[in-house]
Design a protein around this ligand. Structure first.
Ligand code: NAP
Length: 524
């Protein structure tokens, strides 16, 4: 049994007796125990601000980028143990790679961008010189400098490594120390990751602290120099965002919430076209990777009415090949959900969806589990639903069953399809399957403002496209409205949450002396 502990104030807190057990998703056996001595969160924040921040800001953007690269290399050489632990959370080798290698990949991308695109200082120029008088001698210039507080990162259970690292990389590069709080149910994977980070010896003291379990009164001590970045359900996000200190101190709050993402098979992509096949492949993949426990998974799949029967058949055939069971076994394609309580929640929500949908594939009461016990492990088969009347449906555009669950729906024309897609009220991502340039352009106009990312999949990119459900560190991750309105990643833009933008005004000579740029000769 792993005794989990928090790493704060430069030390691992010793485990104490009692606390809660975390059980294996596969066997139901206890894997880890969470019990920590009470922490003074004001001290944890102070340690980040007074020790971590100054140590980080002694280095420049570029030097921190070098450190990120070293850290990524170290983690890459030690990642096997993270795969091993991930199995208890239900992850197949592929699932674990998405989480672990995906997270390390974010570090590499930020390291590379930082080394190539950031200055050897802690002053980032933002935009051009703005002449403010006729002579050009008095000018304005925007700059950005690191916040002097802490980045508080609260993560969801489904990506214990990627979630931690994708938030950590931009904050660290900006020069802001991180306090990370993993979701408890998979905290044993995140805790091991933090132990590896510590063992790498790359980070200065106070750059990364981790709080396992409750955050206690941490929010009471936040200030306007701190940033909270949350990933999880809309419900928790709203509770945290309503904390009075968040409003009083204008604490930056980034929310990455749940999302009922869509896949749209356009009218031209009839059965028999490459785009139809790519659609089927992607929907099935998104249902089964990480047992559908991805905030970006396809929850709603829209097809032209005439293609519904063919799409249903093709998806049934594909899903029938998915072996569900012990994720350690080579032939198993889908592991269990993270735990029995998560499975219970998913089944409740599927029950709600079934009030307006038929079950087109999968039976939660009768399915084969390879190499494990269906009663003690949190297994479910892929569950494909079919909703005949999406225009009048109450739940299907709103309920996120966070498991291997997706709903297929017919539409009558492209206008209706786009209107139905937007009923998700703001999503992280939609994927569109079309080879029709005019349709693609129309779709961007009509659904773009409801989405953080639009992925166009067709015969030209089908073999190399990176996947509906995979956020890329170079591109924005986040979505408007229901998805939380947060924007993470997006290359160096992801770092801007941790930098303050300041407008400088002064003589051209003074501004040049501050920014280190050559003095612009005023236009005569
Ligand atoms: P959750 O129940 O909302 O929990 C998220 C995090 O908040 C956990 O670390 C949890 O800690 C913590 N938390 C809960 N109550 C708190 C409180 N009062 N104070 C401080 N922290 C608190 O979500 P989840 O079940 O872990 O994750 C699944 C959800 O996350 C899904 O809805 C999914 O769509 C969403 N998600 C979104 C994204 C995205 O990028 N948009 C990515 C992944 C997942 P404990 O575990 O200790 O309770």
């Amino acid at each position: 049994m792993i005794e989990l502990s928090s790493h704060v104030l430069g030390r691992w807190l010793p485990p104490v007796s009692g606390g809660a057990e975390i059980r294996s998703a596969v066997t139901g056996e206890p894997v880890a125990r969470v019990a920590s001595e009470p922490m003074a969160m004001a001290d944890v924040l102070a340690y980040a601000r007074k020790t971590g921040g100054p140590a980080l800001r002694k280095a420049t953007f570029r030097e921190r980028a070098e450190q990120l690269k070293k850290l990524a290399e170290y983690l890459n050489a030690h990642k096997e143990q993270l795969y091993e632990l991930s199995r208890h959370a239900g992850a197949t080798k592929m699932d674990a790679m998405l989480d672990v290698d995906g997270g390390i990949g974010v570090l590499f991308v930020y390291a590379s961008k930082g080394r190539r695109e950031l200055p050897a200082s802690n002053l980032l120029l933002d935009g051009d010189v703005e002449p403010l008088t006729k002579s050009g001698n008095f000018i304005g210039r925007h700059v950005r400098t690191p916040l002097q507080g802490a980045a508080v990162h609260i993560n969801a259970f489904n990506f214990p490594c990627w979630g931690l690292l994708e938030k950590f990389a931009p904050a660290f590069l900006a020069g802001v120390p991180v306090i990370t709080k993993p979701a408890t149910v998979t905290a044993y994977v995140a805790e091991r990751l933090v132990r590896l980070v510590e063992a790498s010896g790359v980070l200065p003291p106070g750059a990364l602290q981790t709080v396992i379990g409750s955050t206690g009164d941490l929010f009471d001590h936040l200030t306007g120099q701190d940033v909270v970045s949350f990933t999880g359900s809309a419900e928790t996000a709203q509770i945290l965002q309503r904390h009075p200190v968040i409003a009083r101190e204008a604490v930056r709050f980034i929310a990455e919430r749940d999302s009922v993402n869509a896949a749209l098979l356009a009218p031209d992509a009839a059965p028999g076209t490459p785009e139809f096949d790519l659609f089927v492949k992607e929907v099935a993949r998104e249902m089964t990777v990480k047992a559908g426990q991805k905030c970006t998974a396809i929850r709603r799949a829209f097809v032209p009415r005439g293609a519904l029967a063919a799409a249903t058949e093709a998806l049934r055939a594909r899903l029938a090949k998915v072996a569900v069971g012990d994720p350690a076994l080579e032939n198993v394609r889908m592991g269990p959900l993270v735990g029995l309580s998560q499975r219970g929640q998913v089944l409740d929500l599927v029950g709600k969806l079934r009030q307006e949908c038929e079950l087109a594939f999968g039976d939660p009461q009768a399915f084969e589990v390879v190499g494990a016990d269906a009663k003690t492990g949190a297994f479910l088969p892929p569950l494909l639903l079919s909703c005949a009347s999406p225009a009048t449906a109450k739940y299907v555009h709103d309920v996120e069953a966070f498991g291997p669950v997706s709903t297929l729906m017919p539409y009558d024309d492209l206008d209706q399809a786009m209107e139905l897609v937007n009923r998700g009220q703001g999503s992280l991502v939609a994927s569109v399957y079309t080879y029709d340039a005019a349709a693609a352009a129309r779709i961007v106009q009509d659904i773009g403002s409801f989405h953080g990312r639009l992925l166009f999949i067709d015969r030209d990119c089908g073999a190399e496209q990176t996947g509906h459900g995979s956020p890329m560190p170079h591109l924005l991750h986040g979505g408007p409205g229901r998805a939380g309105g947060g924007e993470e990643l997006g290359g160096l833009r992801g770092m801007m949450h941790y930098l303050q933008r300041t407008a400088l005004q002064g003589s051209a000579a003074r501004i040049a002396s501050i920014t280190g740029e050559p003095l612009a000769v005023p236009a005569s």
